[in-house]
Design a protein around this ligand. Sequence first.
Ligand code: HEM
Length: 203
Amino acid sequence: MYLYPKWIRVWHLINAAMFLILIVTGISMQYTDKENASYVVGFAKAVKWHNFAAIVLVLNYIFFVTGNLLTKNGRYYRIGRKDFMSDLGKQFKYYSVGMFKGEKHPFPVTEERKFNPLQKLTYILAMYVAVPLLIISGIGLLLPEITIKTFFGVSGLILTDILHITMGFFLSIFMIIHIYTCTLGAKPTSLFWGMISGYHREE
Ligand code: HEM
């Protein structure tokens, strides 16, 4: 099944590469202080690379949203079924118990259903909630003059920073779990090959 068109593969490759740069440079900036001037990457270099990767990520994100609006790939991100919650439960049970007993996948991949319910929910939360919040708070930190000065007596910049690092943390955790769940295809490498070749294979 041809499920990953070229544009989604290009988007995903750029997105993953930019995320890795943002995580390394973000952690470097977070843990750099006067005594420890270069944690993994020197501070000045980390700022430069973080800003560069962020701009590429934003342009790439606009490409992702536009692509999903204009092509049929967008339909895989829609939650329509009434029994979505019970489907989520089934998938969760499969990942936590069924899979280890060799049970069959409750939601096999078809042309109509590229993602299982848990995948769909986490992709929606990551791409349409966490990434936009990460981007908005990042713009707030890049341009502090446009960020609100105080919010209920607390510095707007500190709140923006907390939102930014919280989203960065959640998305880093998402990425680790995402890579692990991508090993749960027919073979541990099947889903990775799918993202390279465009074709999903059940065997
Ligand atoms: C080195 C890091 C990464 C690897 C190895 C990786 C691997 C994969 C693989 C194998 C797939 C295809 C399986 C599937 O359809 O679920 C996939 C899809 C996807 N990944 Fe990743 N990923 C990485 C990073 C990320 C990051 C950082 C994000 C978002 C913040 C992300 C978001 C997505 C999304 C939304 C899809 C579905 C795309 C679509 O078909 O519409 N990935 N990834």
